[in-house]
Design a protein around this ligand. Structure first.
Ligand code: AMP
Length: 171
């Protein structure tokens, strides 16, 4: 699994900023065998959750497929400004500046629901941490997080230490 993901990942130096080694998982998602294996593995981890939450935007690709496999619903955790009000918002720090994630504050009752968060890449953990705080503020029980690739050495897992994190590959 890890070998398959790593062999298909395109590494792009200095994108989107100088010094960043961008991991482009587009070829992983575009490969039927790899995509099926990724969805199977993430669904096995998320089994028992009653909602799968995907992080904007590459997390959506996998989260929706995992939810369909498990027969659960899916929640899109959006970047700021995409959802109509009212929203719950959580700001977090990036290497340069800050960003905000949002979920609807109305129309969906997350209280007591067991949620697994899914994203493509875990780097510093800021994004995952903000997503978890957002869901917890809405009353959900965040039972775990899963990513297709974890970038070791950036401290992401430590940044969300209270959350069980499952990664399908490490780079
Ligand atoms: P972080 O908050 O630092 O853990 O960053 C994770 C989020 O940013 C994920 O949604 C990733 O899609 C994206 N990301 C951060 N660093 C990279 C990278 N080197 N390659 C690909 N995506 C990245």
């Amino acid at each position: 699994m890890a070998e398959l993901i790593l062999s298909l990942t395109r590494q792009v130096a200095d994108f989107p900023r100088p010094g960043v080694q961008f991991k482009d998982l587009t070829p992983v998602f575009a490969d039927g065998h790899a995509m099926t294996a990724v969805v199977d593995a993430l669904a096995a981890f998320a089994f028992g959750a009653d909602l799968v939450a995907g992080i904007d935007s590459r997390g959506f690709l996998v989260a929706a497929a995992v939810a369909a496999r498990l027969g659960t619903g899916v929640l899109a955790i959006r970047k700021a400004g995409k959802l109509p009000p009212p929203v719950l918002a959580e700001r977090y720090e990036l290497e340069y500046g800050s960003a905000t994630l949002e979920i609807p504050a109305d129309g969906i009752d997350l209280r007591g629901r067991a949620v697994v968060i899914i994203d493509d890449v875990l780097a510093t953990g800021g994004t995952l941490g903000a997503a978890a705080r957002l869901l917890e503020r809405a009353g959900a029980r965040v039972v775990g997080a899963a990513v297709v690739m974890e970038l070791e050495g950036l401290g992401g897992r430590g940044a969300v230490a209270t959350l069980p994190v499952h990664s399908l590959s490490r780079a």
